[in-house]
Design a protein around this ligand. Structure first.
Ligand SMILES: Cc1cc2nc3c(=O)[nH]c(=O)nc-3n(C[C@H](O)[C@H](O)[C@H](O)COP(=O)(O)OP(=O)(O)OC[C@H]3O[C@@H](n4cnc5c(N)ncnc54)[C@H](O)[C@@H]3O)c2cc1C
Length: 469
């Protein structure tokens, strides 16, 4: 429960997503007192659990790659198990309304050849790009000046190749290729370890998911932050546990005022004085905070041009994963304007069977619930046959319609916005430091990137608290 009081701390952290909670955890273990202010009524940010047929499922972040070391380490620390993403059998592809049952890597040979050609050209450019200060690369401005859609046209990519790349864009940025700059696409691929890795299930970004959802990570970390007792705390305080929680939800930060000595961070219910603040809100949501003195101009340009895309997820439950009976993996790809990708996230082969459908926010979010449900089930029936109409439960979640800090999964950074504003993503402004997955130089846009960014920001602040800078 929140307490409406003035408080002091060494560091205030804005946002209780994985990056903010990581910063808090690191700072507190280094001996500093923190307060985390979160605008939502829950922790986790873009990690969120929803429920279908009494099974918890991930409305937000789901998968972990084998090289997401920080996520693996946190899961091990909190005792949270991972399970492999189901990936046996054939996939279903629907392009232009024509449905085919295929292995996803066996589209028509000429299409496969074209996708391989385009991916190889793209990967060669990516290989040239440095991860750090990539905007200083000699070709950075040229890459950033055009959209990914324009680049695909210039490569004379086949229609089916463009459909495939549209799906890649929708799932990573919640926006079509015309809305994201080529540089943004390339840098993202670079920080994730290559296009093939990014698209793969086994050995790639979709390899594993959490037993009982990814939200257990955020909840576990928030509990650790709340319950930590400093070794030098009084015996009475240690015996009693902390007197007030450190992670405060329903507390959207509205003002941040800094001077030479301190920072004052205010929400409607809390006023915290501290020495430093770490803001982890996505760049676009930083603009909802009033900074005094105002930030340098380019920070407002960054917030305006790094707008989050909108991705939605629908879940449909069946008595058992019936598609497996027909040798299907539940992996489906489509150029439909509602459902463009499906995965099997069933908890058990015995049931219930659960299909997760990624939906394009533009063909989904504006519709009333019954229409969204109709569209999803109609398309699943197209992909998996009429049996897909015999559902036992349905639910969905639209990140673009969220009431606080809407949008996700990542900013759809349009042409010229990366080289223009990206360099300022995590440059501290006085006592204000920045974290958040998009500020990570590695694994940006993932949970692993969020943790890395939280660690980086906490290290920056500890260096200053210790007077080493
Ligand atoms: C649909 C979807 C699917 C995804 N799939 C995957 C996946 O499979 N694997 C993967 O690794 N990643 C995935 N991601 C991305 C992953 O969720 C994010 O990269 C990561 O969780 C970001 O963490 P963060 O702490 O940087 O930001 P956030 O989680 O956005 O946390 C920032 C927090 O700041 C809060 N906030 C904002 N403004 C204020 C304010 N003024 N005052 C107080 N609080 C504020 C927000 O409410 C939020 O809780 C997915 C995301 C989405 C949306």
């Amino acid at each position: 429960m929140n307490t409406a009081t003035d408080r002091t701390a060494d560091v205030v952290i804005v946002g209780a997503g994985l990056s903010g909670l990581t910063s808090a955890d690191q700072l507190i273990r280094a001996g500093y007192e923190v307060v985390v202010l979160e605008g939502r009524d829950r922790v986790g940010g873009r990690i969120r659990t929803t429920e279908i047929a009494d099974v918890p499922v991930d409305a937000g972040a789901t998968w972990v790659a084998p090289d997401h070391d920080e996520v693996h380490a946190l899961a091990a620390r909190l005792g949270i198990e991972l399970v492999p993403q189901f990936h046996q059998g054939k996939g279903v592809i629907s392009l232009g309304g024509k449905r085919r049952v295929e292995s996803l890597i066996a589209l028509a040979p000429w299409v496969m050849a074209d996708i391989a050609r385009v991916m190889s050209v793209l990967q060669k450019c990516v290989d040239e790009m440095p991860v750090e200060r990539s905007w200083e690369h000699v070709r950075a401005e040229r890459w950033d000046a055009m959209s990914f859609g324009e680049w695909l046209r210039r490569q004379r990519a086949l229609k089916q190749t463009r459909s495939f790349m549209r799906m890649v864009c929708l799932v990573h940025w919640g926006a079509p290729p015309s809305d994201v700059s080529l540089f943004n696409v390339m840098r993202y691929i670079k920080t994730l370890g290559g296009l093939a890795h990014m698209l793969a299930v086994e050995g790639g970004d979709q390899q594993d998911r959490f037993l009982g959802t990814a939200h257990r990570l955020a909840r576990g970390l928030a509990d650790a932050v709340d319950s930590y007792t400093h070794p030098d705390a009084s015996v009475e305080k240690a015996a009693a546990g902390i007197d007030v929680p450190r992670v405060l939800v329903d507390s959207a930060v509205e003002h941040i005022t800094t001077d030479d000595d301190r920072v004052v961070v205010e929400s409607r219910t809390h006023r915290i004085c501290a020495r430093y603040v770490i803001v982890t809100a996505s760049p676009m949501h930083r603009a909802a905070i009033e900074f005094s003195p105002t930030l340098p101009d380019h920070h407002y340009g960054l917030a305006r041009s790094w707008r989050l895309g909108a991705l939605s997820k629908a879940f449909v439950a069946y008595d058992h994963p019936f598609w497996r009976d027909h040798g299907l993996s539940g992996e489906g790809m489509s150029d439909d304007d509602t459902v463009f990708l499906t995965f099997d996230v069933s908890p058990d082969p015995a049931g219930p069977g659960i299909l997760m459908a990624f939906c394009d926010g533009r063909g989904f979010d504006a519709h009333p619930p019954f229409e969204r449900r109709r569209r999803v089930i109609d398309h699943l029936a197209h992909l998996y046959g009429d049996r897909a109409r015999n559902i036992i439960d349905y639910t969905d979640f639209s990140w673009g319609n969220d009431s606080f800090a809407p949008g996700g999964p990542n900013p759809a950074v349009g042409p010229k916005a990366w080289t223009g504003f990206g360099p300022y993503l995590h440059e501290p402004v006085g006592r204000i430091h920045w974290a958040g997955s998009e500020t990570a130089d590695q694994f940006s846009g993932t949970m692993n990137g969020a943790i890395l960014s939280g660690q980086r920001a906490a290290t920056e602040v500890v260096t200053r608290l210790e007077g080493r800078l």
